[in-house]
Design a binder for this molecule. Structure first.
Ligand code: FMN
Length: 200
């Protein structure tokens, strides 16, 4: 059995530029021997966190929706890949709501001192962040990166690396830039190979 990775698509465009980048990273990880499940966040049925704080005492959320199964899946994975466009200088709202719902993991780890992820997995889980932006300014990924780093910390994943591509307003279609898609493949493949080493 290969290392298990969840690949999270944060863009509403399921065949857009973010999706193209993510698909290449997935291909790289699969070629490294990993098992990858892709989750398209905008197709999930869930609500934003309502701060009910049921999760302060329970390993669960009071709201029963598609996140229930997602919580279970995230316990067992070895790695995660998150891909998102920049929207309003951060990550898309739907993806942010998805990450906010991991307050269940936050409470378990920081309030009760009982992380939802097993001790041995906590040491080796790796995360890759892929992002694109329309603008070409140096600080365009700052907000998005902080959010993704916080998410990875909450779910006990080390921020292993990223691929941040600016200037999509000029590039328009990533298919015209095979070297950037190749970089996504290489990152997915490299992280996949590292994860394969940790599980064997
Ligand atoms: C609602 C919205 C907000 C955006 N906000 C920003 C922004 O603040 N900064 C930026 O550089 N690009 C911004 N963009 C541009 C996207 O990052 C860019 O078009 C990206 O290529 C879209 O990815 P996709 O092909 O997966 O849809 C925004 C796009 C949308 C739709």
């Amino acid at each position: 059995m290969g290392a298990r990775i969840i690949a999270v698509l944060g863009s509403p465009r399921l065949s857009g530029n973010t999706a193209k980048l993510l698909d290449e990273a997935i291909r790289g990880a699969v070629d490294a021997g990993c098992e990858v499940e892709k989750i398209e966040v905008t197709t999930l049925d869930f609500h934003a966190c309502r701060e009910i704080f049921f999760c302060r005492e329970q390993e669960a959320c009071a709201m029963k929706d598609d996140m229930t199964d997602i919580y279970r899946k995230f316990r067992d994975i070895d790695g995660v890949i998150v891909a998102s466009p920049v929207m309003t200088m951060g990550i898309p709202g739907r993806l942010k709501s998805f990450m906010d719902r991991f307050q269940v993991y936050f409470m378990a780890k920081y309030m009760r001192g009982k992380p939802m992820v097993q001790e041995e997995k906590r040491k080796s889980r790796l995360g890759l962040y892929l992002a694109i932006s329309g603008m070409n300014v140096p600080y365009v990924f700052d907000g998005a990166k902080l959010t993704v780093q916080a998410f990875f910390t909450i779910i006990d994943v080390k921020y292993w690396g990223d691929l941040l591509i600016r200037d999509m307003d000029t590039i328009q279609d990533l298919s015209t830039r095979p070297e950037l898609l190749g970089e996504a493949y290489r990152k997915g493949n490299e992280m996949g190979r590292l994860l394969q080493e940790t599980i064997t």
